[in-house]
Design a protein around this ligand. Structure first.
Ligand SMILES: [Zn+2]
Length: 317
């Protein structure tokens, strides 16, 4: 159940917008407004950052962070989008990169649990972007042409990706690095978490700086998860990622080392890890692994004030 107290403090509670608001802003106006807001928040050039930073929505939980870990959960939601019918997928290929409407139950709640646990350990919040919408209406883990069919779903999609883009830009500016954890659910092995990094393509920064061991070694993210008694795949860690779970649009888009110094991991969680009875322990274990990960690869320890990259020059006496 979604408890109101779990809402991030700066996310205002609003009732869903009526299907036909008396004064509807056109998508173009919203985009323009959003772009103006976005330009004030990031120094990325418009050429680098074409996505508008859309206005906050009751259907996307957006919470800014204080250290360079960004949690994303695109498929755990249950809400409709007012006035938008379910997607039909006519003429679209199905499959891991195509049309699919099944939700990843429990991942919305797991994202909040993990954010809470990270806040407890680091003393400050991670970045968080969560869709509360059912995948029948919108799939944020796809390019726009597959993600939605009704144009009234576009603002919600843009809110999700506008926030992801803004936060990756912000992590780049403030911390010179960052990691995206994209949380999903899979139904094939209940006790397993599958790694999705396009077999290392979405963790290039990590491997360039720290070697391939940072992707496939015992102290890689999935090695650290295994140390917390979470069952992970691939095992051994330098094996190939499982077909269908190699990582989707979100990790490809935000784990692009040519664009910014950010790595992205897709975590395909088995049912045991996202069930109501299991997810608190899951969050504790992932958070414990992330403390070590942040020390090793983000040069960030709990209690850091952050924003220490590059080191400040010595001031003259
Ligand atoms: Zn998913």
């Amino acid at each position: 159940m979604f408890s109101l107290t779990m809402l991030p403090s700066h996310t205002p509670l609003r009732s869903p917008a009526p299907a036909s608001p008396p004064v509807a802003l056109s998508p173009l106006v919203l985009r323009t407004l959003a772009l103006v807001v976005g330009l004030g928040l990031t120094t990325l050039s418009p050429a680098q950052d074409r996505r508008p930073v859309a206005v906050e929505s009751p259907r996307v939980v957006v919470r800014t962070g204080e250290f360079p870990i960004l949690l994303s959960a695109p498929h755990g939601g249950t809400l409709p989008i007012p006035g938008v019918p379910p997607r039909r997928g006519e003429g679209m290929a199905a499959g891991p990169a195509g049309f699919f409407t099944g939700r990843d139950g429990g991942t919305e709640e797991l994202a909040y649990e993990l954010a809470t646990e990270l806040r407890r350990r680091f003393g400050k919040p991670p970045y968080l972007v969560v869709s509360r919408v059912h995948r029948r209406f919108l799939d944020p883990n796809r390019p726009p042409e597959i993600a939605y069919e009704d144009p009234d779903a576009a603002p919600t999609y843009e809110t999700y990706h506008g926030a992801m883009t803004r936060f990756c830009g912000e992590m780049t500016q403030r911390f010179r690095c960052g990691v995206v954890l994209d949380l999903h659910g899979q139904g094939s092995q209940a006790d397993t978490i599958f790694r999705g990094t396009k077999n290392g393509q979405t963790t290039r920064r990590l491997q360039d700086l720290f070697g391939v061991e940072a992707q496939t070694g015992e102290r890689s993210l999935f090695g650290l998860l295994a140390r917390e008694q979470l069952k992970v795949h691939p095992q051994p860690l330098d094996g190939r990622e499982a077909s269908g779970f190699t990582g989707g649009y979100i990790v490809r888009t935000y784990g692009d080392a040519a664009r910014w110094p950010i790595d992205a991991h897709q975590l395909e969680m088995g049912a045991d890890y996202r069930s109501e009875s299991g997810r608190r322990a899951t969050a504790r274990k992932i958070a414990a692994a992330l403390v070590t990960y942040a020390e090793l690869y983000l040069e960030h320890t709990p209690g850091d004030t952050g924003e220490h990259h590059p080191p400040a020059p010595d001031l003259p006496e």
